[in-house]
Design a protein around this ligand. Structure first.
Ligand code: DAH
Length: 358
């Protein structure tokens, strides 16, 4: 074999394979081409390297160089083609699988705000607007804060107004949020305007209107010249914001050791508008709050001079208000965590995937 024949075989192969690479439409076409070029048994390169032996020895180095160049060229061309094929493949897929951005997303359950917390937030919002601060205190209290400082005399029957859950010694679970009045007044000087949402505990037999744990919101205002009319105005405004302008209010005299005078506050029945129904026991009124003017002894206990300052306080049960607002017949439903119950009060709880990241 002479040089010319060797060279032209290579040139022909190069031309053939160039076209084959151009015509390749798939990865498997390219694989066939690779076998043709680099195959261990009958690959072109392998055969040509063998044929070098038929060349005169002085031409063999040039032949080797030529074959190595061919090898590199082949590798480059095949890799290029492969890249090109992958790109067009992607473009075609994108064309076929075009995304419809107008399709709705997949909604998923994001949970809901518990109805008690919804009512708590609504009440907080009203008082925040009026310049009150929202504060909290401990659920485990001492006898002093829960009773003594609030002007319950030792061994006074008023301590039995609620069945207290005692822990040991002085420690108990607070029966109301009123002890936080004392903590606030120990910490801050008047003017004071706070509301105190929180859990309270009572050793009651659970039934439709009693639960061993429930929520209250306490209110306390102390300043110079605070009068009973301020209490009335504040509560009337509050009830109308929460229940609508048609809501009426009335005060009945009552007794709490920490207020004097004390009152039980009723609002006109939500369900019958005051005409009388089962919910209000035909009276047209619903009891919703306890309230009064802060007792001078309570002010003295925290070294606030009752000759200079006066205040009012009130306390309400959130469950009771929520039961009225949502017409819930049994307080125990709030504690059971039954999704079928809770789902009925959901607001803004379905969301779409994209919300998670945004
Ligand atoms: N602490 C009372 C209770 O749990 C409610 C209450 C009544 C709070 C009168 C007050 C108040 O601040 O002035 O029944």
């Amino acid at each position: 074999m002479d040089w010319r024949e060797f060279e032209s075989t290579i040139a022909r192969f190069r031309e053939d394979i160039r076209r084959a690479i151009q015509d390749a439409r798939s990865e498997s076409d390219l694989q066939d081409i690779r076998v043709r070029c680099f195959g261990r048994q009958r690959g072109f390169l392998r055969e040509q390297f063998k044929r070098m032996a038929d060349l005169p020895p002085d031409l063999r180095p040039r032949a080797g160089q030529l074959l190595n160049e061919l090898k590199e060229w082949l590798e480059r061309e095949i890799a290029d083609r492969q890249r090109r094929l992958q790109e067009t493949h992607l473009e075609e897929r994108l064309k076929q699988e075009r995304i419809d951005w107008t399709l709705p997303g997949t909604p998923y359950w994001r949970g809901a705000v518990h109805p008690i917390q919804q009512v708590r937030q609504a009440i907080e919002d009203i008082f925040l607007e009026m310049g009150y601060a929202v504060v909290s205190g401990p659920e485990i209290e001492t006898d002093y804060y829960n009773f003594g400082a609030l002007n319950f005399p030792p061994d006074h029957p008023a301590r039995d107004m609620w069945d207290t859950l005692y822990i040991h010694g002085e420690w108990l679970l607070r029966t109301h949020t009123s002890p936080v009045q004392i903590r606030v007044m120990q910490r801050y000087r008047p003017p004071i305007r706070v509301i105190v949402p929180g859990k309270v505990y009572r050793h009651d037999e659970p039934d439709a209107t009693h639960a061993p744990v429930f929520h209250q919101i306490e209110g306390l205002v102390v300043d110079r010249g605070i009068r009973f009319s301020d209490l009335r105005g504040t509560l009337a405004y509050f009830l109308q914001r929460l229940f609508g302008p048609a809501c009426k209010m009335r005060f009945r005299p009552s007794y709490f050791p920490f207020t004097e005078p004390s009152a039980e506050v009723d609002m006109s029945c939500l369900l019958c508008g005051g005409r009388g129904c089962g919910a209000c026991k035909q009276s047209g009124w619903l009891e919703v709050l306890g309230a009064g003017m802060v007792h001078p002894n309570v002010l003295r206990e925290v070294r606030i001079d009752p000759e200079v300052y006066s205040g009012f306080a009130f306390g309400l049960g959130i469950e009771r208000l929520a039961m009225l607002m949502f017409r819930i017949p049994d307080i125990r439903l709030f504690l059971q965590g039954d999704v079928r119950f809770l789902e009925q009060f959901r607001v803004d709880t379905w969301a779409f995937r994209d919300d998670v990241t945004s």
